[in-house]
Design a protein. Sequence first.
Length: 360
Amino acid sequence: MYKEIIAGTFGDITQTISSYLREGNQDILWFRGQRVSEWNIVPTLYRDNKLRGNSKSSYSNIHLMEDYRFHNFRAKTGHSIRANLQSKLEWQEVMQHHEVKTLLLDWTESATTALIFALEELIKTDGDNKKRLEMTPALWLLHPKKLNEEIYKLMTTPVGDRYKYIERAISFMAGIQTVSYAQRLGHELARNEDVYFSLDEYYSIDKLFNLSAIEEVRTRNRGHLLESLMSFEFNPFHYMLLRYYSDGIIVDVDHSEPILPPLATVHQYHSARIEAQRGVFLVVPHYKLTQNAQRLYECGIDMRALDSHPRCDEYLQKIRLVDPVQIARDLIHIGERRSSVYPELSVYANDIEKRNTDYT
């Protein structure tokens, strides 16, 4: 179970973050602000939706929901996007930041940015009074590298002598014996983690992935993909990440088995808004609840949520904001505004009016 801390001032928050770093977590942290503390950390596309798929394929109704949103968003907004978006995931990042439902989870490298999101209804002049009264805000702290370490461990740890995640990823390939080839890949990855995953000397950048960059490598090797994997010219772990987090292989969720967690990713800033927010993302797999997990879901426990992951105490911590009005004042006093995260004319105008408005 993740640790939960209480904070009443901005100073309490910074002290908590410093203490967390001193407890052996001296690495980068990501942050997420939520207006309601009790909300699960689950992507918008999963809220009030259940994955229904064909038992003979990896395609599901969630894939279809993604596809329709992607098709229509791209059709209507392509002329407005400043960057040359290459992959579906890059489009989804922009969609996510403009409130289109996806399987991405927004995080930020900035604690103050996350606080602005958590306290936004207090900070803006036209905030919703009902939402203000219902606020129980929280700031989440995430250790993204520990999350990705969990993924590497699950993919490279056999059950018996079978590497189920690797087998599923390569099962479509013609001309190979899936089980024996998966064993070969699994043994190689488990034996040489320092070759395929961890570079400790690059302290600030290792273990974080750009799926679009990996997709470019796969595209270059498309004509001889099997050969490049078998000769280890193409990092096989990177290929597994594409299969589960880009291609969308369905992942069963059962409380009795280890659950493949979301992937922490970094990507090019594709809009001024994402750049201002220092946005980073978790890409959530296409989860399918098993019968056991479905029963838990009907009792209010969603095993797809990051905060329900059995190992979340390894990488997740919550700071409950018990005096949100005071913390919002503190943010304004240190120079933060909504325009810090929404660099748009209407927001700048709202910030000007807010300077002379006290909190209620």
